[in-house]
Design a protein around this ligand. Structure first.
Ligand SMILES: CCCCCCCCCCCC(=O)SCCNC(=O)CCNC(=O)[C@H](O)C(C)(C)COP(=O)(O)OP(=O)(O)OC[C@H]1O[C@@H](n2cnc3c(N)ncnc32)[C@H](O)[C@@H]1OP(=O)(O)O
Length: 149
């Protein structure tokens, strides 16, 4: 099964999820077929938050990018293609991150995303980062239609 990023945007240079960014995180997200999109992220030693846990900005980045995979997959399923020659059909308009528990730096973490609302102008995703059966961080991400100008 192809990762959604490789299927849709093999040339994307996004820092968090672009397959073409050699210095990026290169997140890989997969459609589970049950309404969820999942990923595994393995932190780098450089992602330290200063206390030996995973940095909050990195957490926000992977939550954002993982929600983007779920949103883009949903958009293409509906036929909401990129407008006017744009690469992406939607972009992040807002992301509300809640840091619930420390996230590990030296173990892989799991990401799970679902779509809670979708129309052609905006898509909302709920996304969480888990480790050892507990939610470490969660977010609501609002994605809006990207219109090149
Ligand atoms: C499977 C793999 C998945 C892969 C897919 C995922 C890959 C990417 C994952 C990372 C996700 C990101 O980081 S995305 C990057 C973070 N997000 C952004 O940069 C979005 C910034 N925000 C915006 O552009 C806008 O607020 C929107 C598009 C979200 C909503 O705009 P809107 O609803 O159209 O509202 P509107 O009032 O018309 O526009 C608001 C202001 O933005 C400006 N604006 C709007 N669009 C543009 C534009 N194309 N170019 C220049 N400026 C623009 C307007 O001129 C206006 O400024 P003025 O006239 O008032 O001055």
């Amino acid at each position: 099964m192809d990762a959604l990023q490789d299927r849709y945007f093999a040339d994307l240079p996004c820092f968090g999820c672009g397959p073409a960014n050699e210095k990026g995180l290169r997140l890989k997200s997969y459609d589970e077929g049950d309404g969820t999109v999942v990923a595994t992220f393995t932190p780098w030693p450089e992602h330290d938050n200063g206390a030996g846990f995973l940095n909050g900005g990195i957490i926000a980045t992977v939550l954002d990018c993982h929600s983007g995979a779920a949103v883009t997959h949903k958009a293409f399923a509906h036929g909401w293609e990129p407008l006017g020659g744009a690469l992406l059909p939607f972009v992040t308009a807002g992301i509300d991150v809640r840091y619930k528990r420390p996230a590990p730096l030296r173990d892989s973490v799991s990401l799970v995303a679902t779509i809670s609302a979708a129309d052609e102008s905006a898509i909302t995703a709920e996304v969480r980062l888990e480790h050892d059966g507990k939610v470490r961080a969660e977010a609501t991400a609002l994605w809006k239609r990207w219109r090149p100008r």
